[in-house]
Design a protein around this ligand. Sequence first.
Ligand SMILES: C[S@@+](CC[C@H](N)C(=O)[O-])C[C@H]1O[C@@H](n2cnc3c(N)ncnc32)[C@H](O)[C@@H]1O
Length: 274
Amino acid sequence: MTQPRSAGESFVSTTPAAGDAFDSLAADYDQAFTQSITGRAQREAVHRRLEARLAVGDRVLELGCGTGEDAVYLARRGMTVLATDPSAKMLEAARRKATDAGVGEALALRRMAAEGLAALPDDHAFDAAFSNFGALNCAADLAPVARELARLVRPGGVVILCLLGRWTAWEWLWFLLHGQPRSAVRRLRPGGLPWRGAQVRYPPLRQVRRAFRPAWRLVRSAGVGTFVPPSYAEPWARRHPRLVATLARLERRTETLSPVVRLGDHVLLEFERS
Ligand SMILES: C[S@@+](CC[C@H](N)C(=O)[O-])C[C@H]1O[C@@H](n2cnc3c(N)ncnc32)[C@H](O)[C@@H]1O
């Protein structure tokens, strides 16, 4: 596996704004999202697929690891993880979490945006690459990222991507009920949305597939957060925990059906290397 240098030693990015933008979120991220009812339910759906696709001993590259929740999860299950993120503060939080979990040996952290993958020298160094909860919605162009992943992941390996969706049933309902119709359709704005100096994009599924061709074949897609509410509905979710649990079960049963895939807060895509 590529021997990672310590976080902060080098930083490769063509979108420096993204790392800075997320720095300001790092301190509260776990409390506001990771530990929330909605965040936990959405992450569990992703973890089910990680369990299904990855095995003990796999070498995993994570893009946009944030506070390291998934990286620690994978390291605890016997995988070797290189977790990357452009935000120095997110990586600090991830390092603390890895130390607390005692998985320092299996988990390396490196400050890097997805656009900087060319700096990783070893071809086929990984069995899988993974990115959760919209990290790659901050990348301006997915095609060069997909090409670098094709170099870094061995033939037969997988890429698992959880991206922010474009058509989100909950979002329309929520913002229309709150009298904010412009917010209801905000993800459809051409070019995406500016956010704290970064730009968040919501590419249509066909565009993502095209970016990953020809090296990657889409083998599964699922909706995440189609019935389970998004994080801004957390106060509502806290008042209705049993209903959220029921919605999570419904989502689990239907996650790969076409409308459920397309109407989620996130979409979870699994690609195999040709
Ligand atoms: C919503 S957070 C998700 C964090 C983590 N994956 C999780 O599941 O909690 C998005 C993360 O993407 C990172 N990010 C932003 N732009 C990025 C880019 N161009 N490449 C890789 N990661 C990026 C941010 O620093 C942030 O940590």
